[in-house]
Design a protein around this ligand. Structure first.
Ligand SMILES: NC(=O)c1ccc[n+]([C@@H]2O[C@H](COP(=O)([O-])OP(=O)(O)OC[C@H]3O[C@@H](n4cnc5c(N)ncnc54)[C@H](OP(=O)(O)O)[C@@H]3O)[C@@H](O)[C@H]2O)c1
Length: 239
């Protein structure tokens, strides 16, 4: 039986997806970088676990050797760090975030993409943040904008292989990643709601799965504003 493999399944959105897909009767492979966390979440369930660090290519490729056919590959693992002092630009931080969110995704493509066959679904985890520039989000936004372009190109190239590509662009979701945020997160939803949007979108193989609708509508409206206005609004919000 072919399976659904989810990276970053030890916490947040990935964890919820793993439980929800398993409850629906799918065979799930939940991936994380800590076997301890994976055991704590999935011991005694039908969910298989696979431990690797997505930023370590050898670790990804050797883990992939143990995986059989997949019907869905969800590349969800990611992290977020902010550039707090832009005038002292922290290129190490930038590199860390891009390494996790973008390069780690590329390692996973090298390891797991050939496990997907015709009819399968490849899902990327981007963010609605790429729709507008946000204060301090240089590293996170750039890494997710990279995911957007990667997903678009993969969709073109995988079309003839009959593999659907879905790019997931959530609004704020209440997870350990966003718990660290000290700013207001309008329209924040829980992981159950996020999982529902994602599973519905993946079932329809929607090219872009963005949510929540009103949050995305708001961002689309803001996109019409002159860039200078957006800079002024963002500066005032973060003053
Ligand atoms: N929450 C939101 O509002 C939101 C909005 C838009 C997009 N997203 C995206 O959704 C994805 C999931 O985020 P989340 O909110 O669910 O955050 P989370 O609870 O922090 O989950 C992130 C997951 O990625 C794993 N991970 C991080 N770095 C890894 C690495 N190097 N190797 C392997 N696994 C790694 C984490 O493992 P550990 O448990 O070991 O840290 C964890 O399982 C991320 O790509 C994030 O950018 C989230």
């Amino acid at each position: 039986m072919s399976s659904i493999l989810i990276t970053g399944a030890s916490s947040g959105i990935g964890l919820q997806l793993a439980f929800d897909y398993a409850r629906e009767g799918h065979q799930v492979i939940a991936c994380g970088r800590s076997q301890e966390k994976l055991d704590a979440n999935f011991a005694g369930t039908s969910i298989q676990t696979l431990c690797f660090d997505t930023t370590n290519k050898q670790s990804v490729l050797s883990a992939a050797c143990d995986v059989g056919d997949l019907k869905t590959l969800i590349l969800n693992a990611g992290s977020c760090e902010y550039i707090d002092d832009v005038m002292n630009f922290d290129s190490d931080l930038f590199s860390r975030v891009v390494q996790t969110n973008l390069i780690g995704t590329a390692y996973c493509l090298e390891g797991f993409l050939n496990k997907l066959s015709a009819g399968g679904t490849l899902a990327f985890m981007s963010s609605s943040a790429t729709m507008l520039p946000f204060a301090r989000a240089e590293a996170y936004g750039a890494s997710k904008a990279g995911i957007d372009y990667l997903a678009e190109c993969m969709a073109v190239d995988l079309y003839r292989h009959k593999i659907a590509v879905c790019n997931i662009k959530p609004c704020f979701v209440d997870t350990p990643l966003t718990k660290k945020n000290t700013f207001a997160m309008p329209g924040s939803i829980n992981t159950q709601q996020a999982s529902q949007y994602i599973r519905k979108g993946l079932a329809k193989q929607k090219p872009i799965i963005s949510f929540t609708p009103w949050f995305i509508f708001g961002l689309k409206m803001l996109q019409w504003l002159p860039r200078r206005w957006i800079q002024i609004i963002q500066t005032k919000e973060n003053a």
